[in-house]
Design a protein around this ligand. Structure first.
Ligand SMILES: NC(=O)c1ccc[n+]([C@@H]2O[C@H](COP(=O)([O-])OP(=O)(O)OC[C@H]3O[C@@H](n4cnc5c(N)ncnc54)[C@H](OP(=O)(O)O)[C@@H]3O)[C@@H](O)[C@H]2O)c1
Length: 235
């Protein structure tokens, strides 16, 4: 496994790195996400497009020219619950890979505080290796089955990490006042992923998967309640 150095928008640099490393597969999870949050992208559209659109196309094209399988981790925030895909409708009414985008309220987006599909990387990154090894192509909804709300996540945090933690809720209207753009909320149907991976990886329903996230987080905490310095460092 090799961690790339190139910036996606620097086509020559990406090409040179591909030719030097000669990978069999590329997994691209790079992208401008904005700091302090995704609203940054609303004010910096050119820089965001340069990395996330031009850069992703650069890398995909350069991989295609070399016959290298390229996996792009993108976003499900192009969908919003609607009459055909209602909140609480379950996986069979979730958005599939064939559905067209129906959420355009933000130019760039991120989800908050309503039941949504979510990806537990600890379980799904191994699944992405299976997909790459099988050289599957096309769009694959990359999330755990089911939906989970922000409150349910915080409740798991309270249960496993900090029983003294408290929070108060935002209404959607109150939230809208502090955001530059609306946020997308949806359930993605991930049956295609589950079928593709089969028994090669464990993919749990999202509540069970998140419970395991917090159990691992608790185990990784040091005795004084802080994370070890090297927990998120590159190996
Ligand atoms: N996290 C989620 O729940 C989620 C959900 C849906 C979609 N996504 C998408 O997945 C991607 C990654 O998300 P994340 O949460 O992992 O974001 P993140 O924590 O902000 O990480 C983004 C990574 O991309 C790198 N990067 C940014 N611009 C780059 C460029 N021009 N060339 C090469 N590398 C670049 C950053 O490196 P530097 O720090 O060096 O710039 C950083 O390592 C984004 O496109 C995001 O929209 C994430």
């Amino acid at each position: 496994m090799f961690l790339a150095d190139s910036r996606l928008e620097n086509r020559e640099s990406v090409a040179a790195e591909l030719d030097e490393v000669k990978p069999t597969h590329v997994l691209n999870a790079a992208g401008v996400t904005g700091r302090p949050n995704v609203d940054w992208c609303e004010d910096n559209k050119a820089a965001t497009v340069r990395a996330n659109v031009v850069g992703t196309l650069n890398l995909s094209d350069l991989c295609s020219l070399r016959g290298v399988h390229c996996t792009v981790f993108a976003t499900g925030c192009i969908f919003e619950y609607d009459a055909e895909h209602p909140l609480g409708g379950g996986a069979e009414k979730g958005f599939t890979e064939e559905d067209s985008a129906n959420f355009f309220a933000s130019w760039y987006d991120r989800i908050v505080n309503i039941p949504n599909s979510m990806t537990v990387l600890h379980e799904l990154l191994p699944a992405s290796l299976v997909i790459a090894e099988k050289k599957l192509s096309g769009i694959i909804n990359f999330c755990n089955p089911g939906v989970i709300s922000h409150n349910e996540m915080l409740d798991l945090y309270v249960k496993h990490i900090d029983p003294t933690y408290t929070y108060t809720n935002f209404t959607v209207d109150e939230q809208a006042k502090i955001l530059k753009a609306g946020r997308s909320n949806n359930e993605l149907n991930c049956q295609k992923l589950v079928d593709a991976v089969g028994s090669e990886c464990e993919i749990n329903e999202i509540h069970a998967a998140c419970e395991k996230v917090f159990i691992r987080m608790k185990e990784n905490l040091t005795a004084d309640g802080t994370f070890p310095d090297n927990l998120f460092k590159r190996k």
